[in-house]
Design a protein around this ligand. Sequence first.
Ligand code: ZN
Length: 562
Amino acid sequence: MKKPIILLLALMTFKVSAVEMSKVKPVKNVIFMIADGTSLPALSVTRYVNWYNNPDQEKLALDEILCGTVRTNCINAPIGDSAPTGATYMTGHSAPAGYISTYSPDFGKDNFEKVDVTKTNGPAATIMEACKQVKGKSTGLVVTVNFNHATPSDCFSHYYNRNETAILASQIVNNNVDVVIASGNKYLTPELENYLEKRNYSVIRDDIQAMRSCTNNKMWALFRSKIFDYEIDCDKSKQPSLAEMTKLALDKLSQNKKGFFVMVEGSQIDFAAHNNDPAGIVSETLAFDKAVKVALDFAKKDKNTAVVILSDHGNSGITIGKYGLKGYSSIPMRKMFGPIADYKLSAEGMLKKLNSRPGSDAKRIFNKYANIDLSEQELEKLYRCKGYKNSIYPEKERNNKIDGALYTSSFSRCIASIMVDHCNLGFSTSGHSGEDVFLGCYNPNGAEQLPIGMNTNVEINQYLCALCGMYNKLDEFSDNIYAHSDKVFNDYKVTIDKTNKKFPVLNVENSENGKSFSIKAHTNVLYIKDGKNTIVDLPSVVIYVDKTDLFYVPKNITEYLK
Ligand SMILES: [Zn+2]
């Protein structure tokens, strides 16, 4: 009987379970990194391809800190969606697809966790909001998609619908995030830009040199309208790498003596996985790993920084090996991964190349950029694609419509499918998958502080809260900054101007002294009519939810009417 007891003791000593989160020591800085939609085999493929290309690099930067796995369910489904899975890491509460850091409805026996229906559809505060407001830490977002895409929105905004981009953008901007490096020029409206400039931010658009030379620690640097090009395809003189963006953000955020919390996302691994695009997956995962190296180098030098790295859900069912692969266990590495190493562009990059040259160039382009000698059949498949603008066939003779993936066209899918046929990877879906994802963690206070083993996504939030000295305190914080307006304004006269349906204006008056204030939904700027027209930036944003017709406001907001 001795052995099981020793094993049990070892587990009790090393596993930071939900029960022992209270023993996790707070650290000054947290670097939280999400490889969006990255299944574990995507990491394996990337490691192999990189090793094949660089014989002295057998391992990835992430490898040294891999310590467990994470379950990434929605509240009512084992397969996750970025909105609720990222939100669970941020808030400690899971929700259904589309929900951005918002309390869930009740799904009865399909619930993964208990639901408090008095909170349904209301905002759930995030650990990043708490770090900023309670701990005085700086915060940052570093992503390669629009800054109001699901994952970054999960950090600083709250809504039951991830597609409400204007609402999400307003909430992020009004949360005064110190450093944002992202895409999404089209979502930073003149009004939002004006908000930032009035608060002394440097707002930089599509200017890599200006970003590099910016000395302001409050910076928004945006590139492109909605998404970055994949690193394998991009013009490096115009678009920074995720590693450089991470380094720049760390340089600025670390100026705060109280510390920082930054979320870095390898956003587009997910897009490439949806498209079943091997070169896209490998190049974006490698780009993410280079950013991981930057984060780990910083943390090891700093000695008071924790790094938590994971994915938010699997995607594509990628496998090394596929149906019909004969003699699979005798295929050497060069044959297994050589073809992928030869891809110099992603399927998206190939698409741009094909559509910028005459159709007769197709064979040459595949040869040059993918080392693929297209068969007559493959060439025909390409030329018959609807999206191949320069095909040798006129549009009415182009009927090949392969179903497009979530973020890409059917032509891109067609190109990717040819590239997949020439390597030994299998894919089982163009959607998300529900297996556990990898977890990597670096904690300066030693191995006994690591969340080893299988963690639920709720437990990851508890760990992040513990690292920030907020263990078990996030719900209370949430109740304080997002209280039901009908409860807070019981004794006051409330009118709501719904001229702008998505951004109604809340007016509240104290009839005893005639004082009143107004605030537009999804902003933090309070206009007080007190004879002096005082304008106050609230620490948190005020949120309006149309479903419930409720505003959510700080509990103590009526202080401004006294
Ligand atoms: Zn995702």
